[in-house]
Design a protein around this ligand. Structure first.
Ligand code: MN
Length: 194
């Protein structure tokens, strides 16, 4: 039951068997990078593993600061096509996060980079262990959380990013891993004069 007015969840976008297969395949087929990064001259350890895949020519300030842009894999293309067909909406990039167990997390943030302007929304597919998705309003005390099961597809509109922060908190009761695919439509960069 979703309490948040700006979020929608399709609970069984993939059934549990299919979700399990996809999770295992992604775990094996993704070439997972090290989670130690240097940014602005300082080294830090990301509390999860990430890869970023995009159509040719797509740049995204979040990923360009941190991640190499990789091409789509056949499996990611397959999943993208199924989500696009269902939502009647197209995406040009995906951020893949692997939360190896309940120690891995993402802190409070909004996906509000300038390239995600206009009506672009994010479709977030959960595979593997159930994790909590927490949200809190930027300008009030409102907050809440919801459970994301394996196979659930969460839809986040731009207004959600403008008004709310979200996180996947640490949960030491979770011993299994979760892979989260966040499909995005990043604005094409304006053509730069040569
Ligand atoms: Mn996010």
């Amino acid at each position: 039951m979703i309490q948040h007015p700006e979020l929608a969840v399709i609970d069984k976008f993939y059934d549990s068997d299919k979700s399990h297969i996809l999770y295992q395949r992604l775990l094996q087929e993704q070439s997972w990078p090290d989670n130690r990064y240097t940014f602005a001259g300082r080294q830090f350890i990301l509390p999860r593993l990430q890869t970023w895949h995009a159509d040719a020519g797509i740049r995204y300030s979040y990923s360009n600061n941190l991640l190499e842009s990789r091409p789509w894999t056949p499996l990611l293309l397959e999943i993208r096509a199924e989500i696009e067909q269902y939502l009647k909406y197209s995406f040009n990039s995906v951020l893949v996060n692997w939360y190896r167990n309940g120690e891995d997390y993402v802190g409070w943030h909004a996906d509000d980079e300038p390239e995600l302007r206009e009506q672009a929304y994010i479709a977030s597919l959960s595979l593997g262990a159930e994790r909590q998705f927490a949200y809190r309003a930027k300008k009030s005390q409102a907050s809440g959380r919801l459970s994301l099961n394996s196979g659930a597809l969460l839809i986040m509109p731009v207004s959600f990013q403008q008004n709310w922060l979200h996180s996947v908190p640490k949960d030491t009761s979770v011993t299994a891993g979760r892979i989260n695919l966040t499909f995005r439509r990043v604005a094409q960069p304006d053509k730069q004069p040569d």
